[in-house]
Every structure is written in C-alpha cells, then in structure tokens.
Design a protein around this ligand. Structure first.
Ligand code: PMV
Length: 326
C-alpha cells in the first residue's frame, strides 16, 4: 500500500521583508526576515508516491496542472526523491484556501505543505527545523510557514544555517491583520525576477540590507514587548523601503495599483484620527492592515467607502504545520 500524507500549512505575512537572494540555487536570502502566520489562509496538500505513475500528477484545486505549470512542483519533488531515495512519481492534490490573486503569499503555505507532506510520504521523518530548510528550497517565504505565530527566518550562509524558528507562539495579545484583497491584475514581474533585478540594479540595495538588519533587532523587541505601535511603524517603513527598491531598479517596476494607494491613504487617515493601524504590502497590489482586534470594526467601516465587504478579510495569528498520515 502506498501511504498518503496530508499536510496543512498557513500563509504568513512578513513584517520585516525578504527581498533578494544571496544564493538563488540554495535560496539563501540577503537578509533575515520576521513574519506573522495567519489563521484564515492556508493550503492543504496530499502526496502519494505510486509505482504505477509514469510522471508526477499535480492537481490544483481539483484541476490537473499542465506540465509547464507543474514543473516547479516536480522539481521540488525531485529534491525530495534525491534526499529520500524514493524512486516513484507522485500524485499531489492541493487545495488552496487563499484568495487566488497575487500578494497573499500562497507560495509560502503551498511549499510548506508540500515539503511536509512530500517528505513524509517519501519515508523521511524530518524535524520542524529540517522541514523549514526544505520548504525554503521551494519558495523563500515557505521557510517561515512551518511555524505558527511570530517567526524569524535566519538568513544564514549555507543550507544548514538558513532556517526559521518561532519568536512567539501562541500570540497572547491583541494583534490582527485585515487583508484588503484588491482586483487581481497580472503581476508586472514575478518575485524571483523582481528580487534578481533589484539586487543587480538598485543603487539602494546595500542600504536596504543594512536597514533590514536593524529592523530585525527592533522588531524582535517590539514583539517581545507586545508593542503594536512600534511593530506597526517598523513594518510599514520596512515595506515601503522594499517597494522603493523596485522603484529604483533599472528598469523600474512596482506592484501598486490605484486601489493600493487608496487603501494606503485610508490607513494613513485612520491613524491621523487616532486609530492604531499600519499597512504592509508584498509582491502584489493587496494591502495588509496591522491592527488590534478591537479596532477591526472601525477600520472596516472606514474602508467600506472604497471596498466591498468581501474584499476585507480579518485574520488572526495562525498555527504551524500539521501532518496526518492515511
Ligand atoms: O517566497 P517568495 O519568492 O514568494 O518571496 C516573497 C517575498 C515577499 O513576500 C515580498 C516578502 C516576504 O518576506 O515574504
């Protein structure tokens, strides 16, 4: 009998961002990063290695993926086969409970779930640190989705030293995020290509690495002190500096749409009126608002002037990976 293993992993949103690789092959980042794992968005993936298969079969939300789209997943399965000695192809079924549009880090939960289900189905029993190292090879941000709560990914200098660990979990204070899900437009550039371009061409890149390292120190303190204001201000500035890299690349690019700027302005106005809220943005148009749970109603009411209720999704700190075998 072939064992089927299912893993569930939640997305995470970086508060201090990863935006540039030091080693694209090993997926070593230029700087460390800190994130919050969210309860609302997750990926559930089942993997079965089967000697009857002539190639990997990948189903994404019940649809068989065409070879071109399945390639990145198959390459990741090759890495698992290489390490485990497993020789068969795999059937992979993935259910993605993340809005389909860009910028909500579905690759983070996706590769975390695939690393966990795939490695166990291949007969490996990796601990969480090793799983974090393995997930990194699929997508950098997946490194952090192995864990719940506040998580730090140590940049490291080789495969062994680049992994994530928990900073705080459970999160026993009132911090939440509202995802403002904006109209999906085609990404101007993938995160892989965007990162490569800023590292190669932005004259501000060295300053980014320097300030990101400083942000990591300050963010660790803000989380330990449960200080929402400090956390929000550091996250907001860090996010804008990441996007400033894109604006200063050659050729320049950006992920903002008009709606992105509307959401940013709404958050800025709310804060000017005394509401403790802050924004962050990733490689897509969506805006994530960092706030206290008791302020979500007033924030949603203000944003309702511009966005439909279903575009505003409230998420709480979420758990780490779970793995079940059948
Ligand atoms: O893991 P990737 O390649 O999807 O990169 C994600 C990078 C950001 O989401 C923009 C920042 C981060 O640290 O998650």
């Amino acid at each position: 009998m072939n064992t089927t293993v299912t893993a569930k992993a939640h997305t995470n949103i970086a508060l201090v961002k990863y935006w540039g690789k030091k080693d694209p092959q090993l997926m070593l980042p230029q700087n460390g990063s800190i994130s919050l794992t969210l309860d609302h968005f997750y990926t559930e993936t089942s993997v079965t290695f089967d000697d009857q298969l002539a190639h990997d079969q990948i189903y994404f939300n019940d649809q068989l993926l065409q070879p071109a789209k399945a390639q990145r997943i198959s390459q990741f399965l090759d890495l698992i086969r290489q390490r485990s000695g497993q020789t068969h192809f795999a059937r992979v079924t993935t259910g993605n409970h993340v809005p389909t549009s860009a910028g909500l880090a579905s690759s983070a939960s996706g590769f975390a779930a695939l690393a966990a289900a795939g490695s166990r189905a291949a007969g490996m029993h990796l601990d969480l640190t090793d799983l974090s190292r393995l997930a990194r090879r699929g997508s950098g941000s997946a490194t952090r989705s192995i864990f719940g709560g506040f998580v730090e990914w140590h940049a490291g200098h080789d495969d062994q030293s680049s992994y994530a660990e928990v900073l705080q979990d459970p999160v026993d204070w009132d911090v939440q995020m509202i995802a403002v899900v904006l109209k999906a437009t085609k990404k101007p550039i993938s995160s892989t290509d965007g990162m490569a371009r800023v590292v190669a061409t932005s004259p501000y890149y060295p300053a980014w690495v320097q300030t990101a390292n400083h942000d990591l120190d300050r963010m660790r303190h803000a989380i330990a002190a449960k200080d929402l204001h400090a956390l929000g201000m550091i996250a907001e500035t860090n996010a804008m500096r990441m996007h400033a890299l894109n604006l200063s690349a050659d050729p320049a690019f950006n992920y903002f749409t008009a709606d992105t700027l509307t959401a940013i302005q709404a958050v800025t106005d709310l804060r000017a009126n005394g509401v403790n809220c802050y924004y962050t943005l990733d490689a897509g148009p969506n805006v994530k608002i960092i706030c206290a749970g008791h302020d979500t109603a007033v924030i949603k009411a203000a944003l309702a002037k511009h966005f439909a209720p279903e575009q505003l999704i409230v998420a709480k700190p979420g758990p780490g990976i779970t793995i079940t075998e059948a």
